[in-house]
Design a protein around this ligand. Sequence first.
Ligand code: BJW
Length: 221
Amino acid sequence: MRVVVLTGAGISAESGLSTFRDSGGLWEGHDPMQVATPEAYADDPGLVQRFYDERRAALPRVRPNAAHHALVRLEDALGDDLLVVTQNVDDLHERAGSRRVHHIHGRLRSAWCTTCDARHGWDGPLRHEPPCPTCEEATLRPDIVWFGEIPYGMDVVEQALWDCDLFVSIGTSGVVYPAAAFVHWARGATLELNLEPSAGATDFAESRHGPATRLVPAWVD
Ligand code: BJW
């Protein structure tokens, strides 16, 4: 049985990481969605760096939860027949022990050189725009996919969805594309596990609603 699992911010919410649209809150007086754009970065790189610096600094303070751990048990059972595709830029799937994780929106702990295309592991703040260790140009930016940019590895994801027997969407509001369209690309059965019906809930063959730490282990086990 080939399974593709898509995860969003809701799977990390019970670990203590904020979702984007639930809080309705502002960060330093800005809507987080307005900060996650190339235009915001061009206008005020320091502001955008701070947004990601704070989220990167939060990672050591949070831990994977029961939903992340349940997906590891699923991978133990299915091996390479499970692909986790995450929109999240945190590292909680990897820290739980998941091995086949595809980050379509990038990763907080990676920096990208827009000049030479190198990627570098990154744990500290980016505020001072360190020179790229590969080409020595000062153009490192967060390795994050912002609006208008092309998500990573879409060829791999598209093929996996085309080949899968089951597509499961966990903890995502279903308003950001292309992830919101994956339910239409999937050839197999479809299941949504979310706190509440997402924007695309009616596109799934089945939807279950509640917290991920309850729904995901119940589904896996
Ligand atoms: C729980 C829970 C608990 C809470 N248990 N559940 C018009 C129409 C269609 C498309 C477009 C359009 N105009 C522009 C576009 C494209 C645009 C887009 O989708 N815009 C929409 C806003 C309309 N998309 C893009 O630009 C993308 N690129 C693109 O399309 O390129 C073209 C292309 C595609 C494919 C092939 C070739 C070319 C890029 C999108 C980049 C998104 N980036 C962000 C920020 C960067 C990462 C970061 O900073 O972390 O990614 S935006 C933000 O939204 C972030 C997230 O990954 C993403 C999705 O959010 P998510 O995860 O769903 O979080 P929330 O908060 O929205 O929802 C949480 C859910 O969890 C809720 O439902 C809760 O109920 C639930 N929940 N607690 C279970 N305990």
